[in-house]
Design a protein around this ligand. Structure first.
Ligand SMILES: [Mn+2]
Length: 319
């Protein structure tokens, strides 16, 4: 592929690589970033991997050597590789990345999210929205380069694919994905460890918060939409963290009546955030997200705008 040749030219010519993945890193962000880290450092490059937020405890087995840092000095690196970010804001370092670009650093974007502001900024886009995960793209990059994937890297890549396919349940689980999974298992990827850690990733506080949201599920019959709401009061009351809301919308979407699902919640920065999911081929939830100034995939998307949620009688109001 043309993009892989362009990438290889950069890999051959440069020595210092800064890898930046998104805030609140998830399985795909961590898996894709650490596998590229291994490939580059085994190729004799100087590499630093960064996510603004730390690795959640249930993913710490992927980063036993604590390779993910929370900050960086850009001066040391010639190339910045943005991994699985979705947009520039999600990097947590938007201004510094723009500045680095102006000062002549090469920016490479490796991602499976739909087109966004990074695509324009990057010198090379290895951005394939049809892929299940950035880890799937990373598998291709490593394989094209003849990199010998060991069991640690195989586990990282499989964790990414597992996470972004919802444990092979979402419709992005293609035959190609399963062929890659099969190869990763052959190379010693630890599927059981991944599934066990992801399944046991829920704190009691998180389950209590999810309970509140589940109790509030409302079905809008005309649209086959299941939705629920969480306020900052709910989050504080249960002692859960905002990151622990992630995944809840998938559970809401398991309702038999739901063609699509929406979870709306108050973020502590004064924003209202929405997460949308569907498993139906006939529904495009990114179109709905766009109405609210957001975006994402056809089957998983989100939005964010400033405001508060209040309860008026039996109804929720967004102000
Ligand atoms: Mn991803």
């Amino acid at each position: 592929m043309k993009q892989y040749n362009e990438l290889n030219k950069v890999l051959e010519g440069k020595t210092g690589f800064l890898l930046i993945t998104h805030e609140e890193p998830d399985g795909d962000a961590i898996g894709a970033t650490l596998s590229l880290y291994s490939f580059l450092s085994d190729s004799g490059k100087k590499v630093l991997a960064v996510s603004r937020d730390s690795v959640p405890p249930f993913f710490s087995f992927l980063d036993e050597n604590k390779l993910l840092n929370s900050d960086f000095l850009v001066g040391d690196y010639e190339v910045i590789i943005l991994i699985d970010n979705g947009d520039l804001k999600r990097t947590g370092f938007a201004d510094r990345i723009k500045k680095a670009k102006r000062s002549g650093k090469t920016i490479i974007n490796i991602d499976h999210h739909p087109q966004n502001d990074i695509w324009k900024l990057a010198d090379i886009n290895i951005a394939f929205p049809s892929y299940s995960s950035t880890s799937e793209i990373m598998y291709e990059i490593l394989t094209v380069n003849g990199y010998e994937i060991d069991s640690t890297v195989a586990t990282a890549l499989l964790a990414g694919i597992y996470y972004d396919t919802g444990g092979f349940q979402h419709s992005n689980t293609s035959k190609k994905v399963m062929d890659i999974v099969s190869d990763l298992l052959k190379r010693g990827a630890r599927l059981k460890k991944i599934s066990k850690n992801i399944a046991k990733a829920r704190s009691v506080n998180m389950l209590k918060l999810w309970g509140i949201a589940l109790n509030r599920i409302t079905i809008v019959k005309e649209f086959g939409l299941a939705y629920s709401v969480l306020t900052q009061d709910d989050i504080r009351y249960t002692g859960a963290s905002e990151e622990e809301i992630s995944g809840l919308v998938n559970l809401i979407n398991s309702a038999a009546e739901a063609e699509a699902s929406l979870l709306i919640y108050e973020s502590d920065n004064g924003n209202i955030k929405g997460s949308l999911r569907t498993e139906s081929d006939k529904v495009d939830v990114s179109a709905l997200a766009k109405l609210f100034g957001g975006g994402g995939h056809k089957k998983a998307s989100g939005f964010s705008f400033s405001g508060r949620i209040t309860k008026v009688g039996e109804n929720w109001r967004l102000d």
